[in-house]
Design a protein around this ligand. Structure first.
Ligand SMILES: Cc1cc2nc3c(=O)[nH]c(=O)nc-3n(C[C@H](O)[C@H](O)[C@H](O)COP(=O)(O)O)c2cc1C
Length: 243
């Protein structure tokens, strides 16, 4: 199986140690590709909107985004990690998610996303874990991913790994190992089932795209939906690309 990890920080601190604990169960059975932010997507989305209107290849940062996107599309399991920064995901993580705005369902979602599984790992000193998870989950679910598990920790102690009480470290590692055990014994030859919410969102947007296509058949997003057969009877959760 293939795992793609998006690390919301380059630091080898607490988030890194927690992510390593989660990945341990997969080391001998998965091909793991990791990206560290901001290093692997260093420049900001400037809001030029060319990805939406003209195509993703027009993005000034495409050389970075394309590499990450390829790894995300090829993976069976997506892992996103972030420490909480001022109650939210790191700016570097948010910047990457902004670069994938065009992959939100109202624009040009990738059909592969509808069958994927994802895990979000967050940690904070005391507050902001759930809003940080939500920052990432909002994008994943609007990309079409429906199987999303999240885990977040409150350190309530020092924020340096070696100074966190041993009992606390052991409890966090043990929770991550339990989640990893569950995730590593799944049958990845079958795609995750797309939930009702994702299907509902897709169908509402399909109506919207159909209307937009009537007004302007050359509209980039409509053309994409049409080429995928989604304006017709094809649905991304039923396609033959799924194993
Ligand atoms: C800029 C910055 C902002 C932070 N904001 C919060 C916060 O809002 N809530 C919180 O509980 N911890 C906050 N923290 C602590 C981090 O979430 C985290 O626990 C700490 O950075 C250790 O993780 P790391 O070693 O992976 O960087 C913040 C840390 C930094 C550097």
């Amino acid at each position: 199986m293939k795992i793609t990890v998006i690390n919301g920080t380059e630091k080898h601190g607490v988030t890194y140690k927690l992510k390593e604990a989660f990945l341990e169960a997969f080391r001998d059975k998965a091909e793991i590709t990791e990206f560290y932010l901001p290093r692997d997507c260093p420049d900001f989305c400037m809001g030029c909107t060319r990805c939406f209107l003209e195509g993703e290849d027009k993005c000034k940062d495409r050389e970075y985004v394309a590499v990450i996107e390829k790894a995300l599309l090829e993976a069976d399991l997506l892992v996103f990690t972030s420490p909480v920064y001022v109650y939210h995901a790191t700016g570097a993580m948010k910047n990457l998610l902004d670069h994938f705005g065009y992959r939100w369902m109202p624009h040009r979602p990738a059909k592969e996303m509808f069958g994927k599984r994802a895990v979000i790992i967050a940690q904070c000193l005391g507050g902001g874990g759930s809003s940080t998870v939500k920052d990432i989950k909002d994008s994943l679910s609007w990309w079409g991913v429906t199987y999303i598990r999240s885990i977040s920790f409150k350190l309530m102690s020092d924020i340096k790994w070696d100074k966190i009480p041993e009992k606390k470290r052991a409890a966090m590692v043990s929770s991550l190992k339990r989640l990893a055990e569950k995730m590593s014994t799944m049958d990845y030859s079958k795609p995750a089932r797309a939930g009702l919410l994702a299907k509902g969102k897709f169908l509402v947007i399909r109506m919207m795209q159909t209307g937009l296509g009537k007004e302007n058949p050359e509209y980039t997003d409509f053309k994409y939906w049409n080429e995928n057969g989604w304006i017709g009877k094809v649905r991304p959760w039923k396609e033959s690309w799924q194993k």
